[in-house]
Write a protein that binds this ligand. Structure first.
Ligand SMILES: [Zn+2]
Ligand SMILES: [Zn+2]
Length: 131
């Protein structure tokens, strides 16, 4: 989770900075990392200022693109709980458990995960402690 928080700092999104790390089920290998932002090669900022439509790829999507769907039982660490569309991508990418640090204002994404059988866990231990 600390790694996801460091990744979030790289985001230039004007609305929020979110980071994601996806690992194997035994937590020994990182399969993909991501933070929210524009596509590679495009200007490193939001497309616009309209709330909810800044055009940034979400950090979960960026990490899932790299981690892929082939390996089952993956674990995701994300600094904010996923939106509905990211939650559905999580489900179809064979992620088994999602640890999130801050709940998103809309908990619909978490409901989607639970409905589809993905474990969710709010993980805010040691938030303020470096260890
Ligand atoms: Zn943005
Ligand atoms: Zn999302």
């Amino acid at each position: 989770m600390r790694m996801a928080e460091e990744l979030a700092k790289r985001s230039t999104c004007a609305r929020s900075q979110v980071g994601t790390v996806i690992t194997t089920g035994d937590l020994t290998q990182v399969l993909g990392i991501g933070y929210n932002g524009n596509a590679r090669g495009l200007p490193n900022r939001c497309d616009g200022t309209e709330p909810g439509a800044c055009g940034c790829l979400h950090s979960e999507a960026n990490a899932l693109i790299k981690a892929g769907a082939q390996i089952p039982g993956k674990v995701m660490f994300v600094t904010m709980s996923p939106c509905v569309m990211c939650a559905k991508m999580v489900v179809n990418s064979n992620v088994r458990r999602v640890y999130y640090r801050t709940p998103y204002r809309d908990s619909a994404g978490l409901r989607v995960l639970r409905l589809a059988g993905v474990e969710t866990c709010r993980y805010d231990r040691w938030r303020d402690l470096w260890r």
